[in-house]
Write a protein that binds this ligand. Structure first.
Ligand code: UDP
Length: 455
């Protein structure tokens, strides 16, 4: 190979949402730290609207999802968005690959989000190595794999469901698209189609680590070989081997001042604050927001609550003024920075997969309040497999009431059970660190890919 100053050129293409950009961006930085050239691709809309923070290891480039002015929110429906993205994305991805060839920096490998199987077809047209990147838990992927291949028939006719490597699953432990029959058909089709062409992928990588899901990984690997490469969180919070990797660096929401948040946390005793976030997509009902507000207030713990600007109007009228020093409400923050602060005692979370692995990586126990998609399965594992938290109970009207919220917070913040969850969380933090450190399971898997690309 001629000396280009790097081993091989990787193009990384995430699905354009926060929960998919973050892990792919970190993974790109990790590949770059191992001698590859990494170009991270996002949509024209995201690039020009949210501007990635400059990185000394990853370059940015763009393709079109067909909605250059407004992104997802410009589309008529999820189905329209996904269809137009496939159409425009395939063409503009092909153009990008040709552009780099002409520039003398040809692409050797495409790491694409498994939500976008058409990207694999483009990669193969150009003879590139293709890596399918699964951003969700291995358990969730395996459930979709089972469903896609007809090994799990829908609608589920009897429970509990038994899938190799997993505890028995009740309906509410399955991803919501499975138990909430007919909900979000376009997204459901998308998650199943992840497996439509993976037989052509050179590698399947999953954002998890071996010991976290050992039984599932072993079971799935028998029929669908995969490599665990996670957790893909900024390296500063785990092994600190990736230079300047202290945050993800592309926020689709306006960040609140870190200084204000950290100053506020600094005044609170260790382990006394409940951090609350429902991630980048969940929309809660007005009634649910009110119950949460009253539950947090009633728990008498300090709380730091991320309420996206689009959700703010759902808060009770004078809530923010009334809480005084007890609570802080912000629109968006650097979640890892907050979670790693010693004042945080637990994370009240929707159990999005990134939030879950970030929390495990930092040894923080959780209250899980899953909303939809994979979060329900993540919450099952949080409570019953990793034993690092508890899942709230939903009442007959689909609401989690204020007493339940208070109860769950106390369970995690106080007493024997809370202590055990904390100890378990610390254990998983150690194992996450081990996985990404030199010679760890994820590190070795990444090295396997890198070394094949270089030689
Ligand atoms: N996040 C953040 N600031 C916030 C809330 C969330 O940086 O105030 C990040 C969080 O660290 C995670 C991502 O947004 O990396 C959310 O992904 P997740 O899979 O947890 O949930 P989703 O948003 O996809 O539902």
């Amino acid at each position: 190979m001629e000396n280009k100053g790097y081993g091989a050129h990787v193009l990384a293409l995430p699905y354009p949402s926060q929960g998919h950009i973050n892990p792919m961006l970190h993974f790109s930085k990790r590949l770059a730290s191992k001698g590859l050239r990494a170009t991270f691709v996002t949509t024209h809309f995201i690039y020009k609207t949210f501007q990635p923070e400059p990185s000394d290891s990853v370059q940015f480039d763009t393709i079109s999802d067909g909605y250059d002015e407004g992104g997802f929110y410009q589309s008529e429906s999820i189905h329209d968005y996904l269809t137009r993205f496939e159409d425009n994305g395939s063409k503009t991805l092909a153009n990008l690959i040709m552009k780099y060839k002409e520039l003398g920096h040809p692409i050797d490998c495409l790491v694409y989000d498994a939500f976008l199987p058409w990207a694999l077809d483009v990669a193969k047209q150009f003879g590139l190595v293709a890596v399918a990147f699964f951003t969700q838990a291995c358990a969730v992927n395996f459930i979709y794999y089972y469903t896609h291949h007809g090994l799990l028939k829908l609608p589920v006719s009897s429970t509990p469901v038994s899938i190799p490597g997993m505890p028995l699953l009740e309906l509410q432990d399955m991803p919501s698209f499975i138990y909430d029959n007919g909900s979000y058909p376009a997204y459901f089709e998308m998650v199943l189609k992840q497996f439509s062409n993976t037989d052509k992928a050179d590698w399947i990588v999953v954002n998890t680590f071996y010991k976290l899901e050992a039984e599932v990984v072993d079971a799935m690997s028998k029929i669908c070989p995969l490599l665990t490469i996670g957790p893909t969180v900024p390296s500063k919070y785990l092994d600190n081997r990736v230079k300047n990797d202290n945050r993800y660096g592309l926020n689709l929401f306006t960040l609140e001042s870190s200084i204000n948040i950290i100053n506020w946390l600094d005044t609170k005793p260790a382990g006394s604050v409940v951090f609350v976030s429902f991630g980048s997509m969940a929309n809660l009902s007005n009634m649910q927001m009110e119950e949460l507000a009253l539950g947090f207030k009633g728990s008498n713990y300090y709380f730091l609550w991320v309420v996206r600007a689009s959700e703010e109007a759902k808060l009770p009228k004078t809530f923010v003024e009334d809480i005084g020093e007890k609570g802080m409400v912000v629109n968006w923050c650097l979640q890892m920075e907050v979670l790693s602060h010693k004042a945080i005692g637990c994370f009240f979370t929707h159990c999005g997969w990134n939030s879950t692995v970030e929390t495990l990586s930092l040894g923080v126990p959780m209250v899980g309040m899953p909303q939809w998609t994979d979060q329900t399965t993540d919450a099952k594992f949080v409570q019953d497999v990793w034993k690092v938290g508890i899942r709230v109970k939903v009442d007959e009207n689909g609401i989690v009431g204020r007493e339940e919220i208070e109860f769950c917070i106390r369970e995690v913040m106080e007493g024997e059970r809370g202590k055990e969850m904390k100890e378990n969380a610390i254990k998983w933090k150690g194992l996450a660190l081990e996985a990404v450190s030199e010679g760890g399971t994820s590190d070795k898997n990444i090295d396997e890919i890198v070394s094949k690309l270089i030689h």
